[in-house]
Design a protein around this ligand. Structure first.
Ligand code: GDP
Ligand code: MG
Length: 178
């Protein structure tokens, strides 16, 4: 059966956006490979990985993940990645207010140019660095609510909330009628 219409085996294109250095690639590697590599390389352009998640209701969701580079010179390419995306993860670093501002820029971009039914997650990463926090959970939560996104804080380093992030997206995906 065609996976686009099979209600038991969903598939979704997912794009990660956010400032360089916030941990987008580490989040993807933690989810796909269960690893954290502190010496991982900067993403150039974009990279693609896929991972299938099994849900409790015996459906599976195949995430086709586009991990983009945060560098300004690639910003013009971003629409290529979020075109046709059913879900977007906008990441900031909880220790960096600049990265939270940049996340808001990406949210506006997605609202302007993305598909209107795109599922959007706001992710405060590096939650393990709570001692150096400079973006409050409450501010981020309120921003997310105003923009119809769901909010979660993660740590790619400790794996905290990484699976939950993808499970929450999976739960929100529209189910095709059989
Ligand atoms: P990207 O540019 O958004 O893809 O960021 P990377 O995934 O390349 O990560 C940038 C830096 O942040 C690297 O040095 C990572 O080791 C570090 N990093 C990523 N996630 C975490 C995290 O959850 N906690 C901590 N402490 N460091 C992280
Ligand atoms: Mg990267």
């Amino acid at each position: 059966e065609n996976s686009a219409t099979d209600p038991k085996n969903l598939r979704v294109k997912l794009v990660l956006l956010g400032d360089s250095g916030v941990g987008k690639s580490c989040i993807v590697l933690r989810f796909v490979r269960g690893q954290f590599d502190p010496t991982s390389k900067v993403t150039v352009g974009a990279s693609f990985l896929s991972q299938t998640l099994a849900l409790e209701d015996s459906t599976t969701v195949k995430f086709e993940i586009w991990d983009t580079a945060g560098q300004e010179r690639y910003a013009a390419l971003a629409p290529l990645y979020y075109r046709g995306a059913g879900a977007a993860i906008v990441v900031y670093d909880i220790t960096s207010p600049e990265s939270f501002n940049k996340a808001q820029y990406w949210v506006k971009e997605l609202q302007k140019h993305g598909s209107p039914d795109m599922i959007m997650a706001l992710v405060g990463n590096k939650a393990d660095l709570n001692d150096n926090r400079s973006v409050s959970s409450q501010d981020a939560q309120e921003y997310a609510e105003r923009n119809s996104m769901f909010f979660i804080e993660t740590s790619a380093k400790t794996a905290d909330n990484i699976n939950q992030l993808f499970e929450e997206i999976a739960k929100r995906l529209p189910r095709p009628t059989p």
